[in-house]
Design a protein around this ligand. Structure first.
Ligand code: NZQ
Ligand code: ZN
Length: 395
């Protein structure tokens, strides 16, 4: 049965070739006059997109400052640096040029500048909520995290290895410029990790014991099949524009709430467990999810059997006869095959990490601390469950 829901996805999407040229006019339309452009390592410089963004802002008569050096699994220190620059220059708009790490950093800076007397990390510790946030927008350069339309920001505090999320609709970006051409410079591993992350954002909402809607399921299954198909194409033909466009649009729809309408609540335990792996081992988020998911799935599938059977049939194309449990397991195996076919890991060893038992215990402890209590919709996971899943993945 369908649950009541609210769908709020206010971000304006500007999609297609050359759309980044419009950024100056768009920022002006949304009232930005003093813009901090946030970017990552060197990819935005090398591709020229940073230059184009600065020129477009200048042509629109908008002053801009830059903050580069955001790293994947972005650091709190960079957020503080951005808040300092923002205060010194009376910044009133944040423009992220990059992927999830850059957009999440821009959101955190936007929170920090809107309430400059408070420590922004308190949001990520969940000891207070935000009452204001400066406007944020992005020029997206990687299809993956979905931060360009989501209400989420994920930041890592390096000294404590805490990677924490804060979700709030007031940070939803004003607009997202999405030019699939910009993703052609991605290393293959980042393209495929992005595909794994995009799929997982829908799978987190699909494997639920709450309500369901036929339309939401059809959207979710169609999205998953589309991303799988195009991830395989991009693995051998990374310059394929059509495939990049499909994946980029899926990235936003997968995490803007659309594939969760009518369900009671998503599961999201694969994400919570993976965030601890990112905090401790700095792994690429999508690859970390792929490495963990098979172990999570095999641990929980009996508690969410109808959904795993449906997934096997409608998403993974399992046609074999068998008991529900056998079909569910075949669906999980098929996803492992898919991960391998696009160069993604399906275990910690393949991911390149080998946590000790003590490190696994620590990740589980932190995951439970971040979750607040046993969480999950496919199956509620307590500390022992988390440890068991990490251990099962550790081969
Ligand atoms: O730093 P540069 O040089 O730009 O290189 C980046 C980085 O190394 C590179 N890259 C990005 N666009 C490129 C490019 N390289 C060449 N050409 C391009 N066009 O890709 C690498 C990864 O970038 P990153 O921004 O980290 O990727 P992604 O979008 O996957 O973001 C991952 C982060 O988002 C968080 C993750 O936990 C992780 O910290 N998430 C955020 C969410 C949200 N805010 O809604 C939800 C997600 O579930 C996720 O947790
Ligand atoms: Zn994710």
């Amino acid at each position: 049965m369908a649950c009541n829901f609210e769908f709020y996805s206010p971000t304006r999407v500007i999609f297609g070739k050359g759309t980044e040229q419009r950024v100056g006019a768009l920022v002006r339309e949304y009232g930005g006059t003093r813009v901090l452009i946030v970017y990552g390592g060197k990819s935005a410089v090398r591709s020229g997109v940073l230059d184009r963004a600065e020129n477009s802002l200048a042509e629109a008569g908008i002053s801009s400052w830059t903050l580069g050096g955001v790293v994947p699994n972005p650091h709190l220190d960079k957020v503080y640096e951005g808040i300092r620059i923002g205060k010194e220059n009376s910044i009133d708009f944040l423009l992220a040029v990059g992927g999830g790490s850059v957009i999440d950093t821009a959101k955190a800076i936007a929170y920090g500048l809107a309430e400059p007397e408070k420590d922004v990390w308190e949001l990520y510790e969940h000891t207070r909520t935000a009452s204001k946030c400066l406007p944020v927008a992005s020029i997206l350069t990687i299809a993956a995290a979905g931060s360009e339309t989501s209400n989420s920001s994920v930041i890592t505090r390096v000294d404590t290895h805490q990677k924490r999320a804060y979700n709030d609709d007031i940070s939803r970006p004003k607009f997202a410029i999405m030019d699939p051409e910009l993703t052609k410079t991605l290393p293959d591993y980042q393209t495929e990790s992005g595909c794994a992350d995009i799929m997982m954002h829908t799978m987190e909402r699909y494997f639920t014991n709450g309500g369901n809607m036929e339309l939401t399921d059809a959207l979710a299954e169609g999205l998953l099949r589309t991303v799988m198909k195009n991830a395989v194409i991009l693995h051998t033909d990374p310059a394929n524009y059509e495939a990049r466009a499909e994946v980029m649009w899926a990235g936003s729809l997968s995490h803007n709430g659309l594939t969760g309408c009518g369900i009671a609540s998503g599961d999201f335990m694969s994400h919570k467990l993976e965030h601890e792996m990112g905090g401790m081992f700095d792994v690429t988020h999508g690859a970390g999810l792929a490495a963990l998911w098979p172990s999570w799935a095999r641990y929980v599938y009996k508690d969410c059997l109808p959904r795993f059977v449906r997934f096997a049939r409608n998403v993974m194309g399992v046609t074999a006869d068998g008991t529900d449990e056998e079909i569910a397991l075949k669906g999980i195996d098929a996803m492992v095959d898919l991960y391998h076919s696009i160069g993604m890991p399906a275990s910690f060893h393949e991911l390149g990490i080998a946590p000790t038992d003590a490190q696994i215990d620590e990740m589980a402890r932190r995951c439970l601390e971040a979750s607040g209590s046993a969480l999950g919709s496919a199956k509620k996971l307590d500390l022992d469950d988390m440890i068991a899943i990490y251990r099962a993945a550790n081969h």
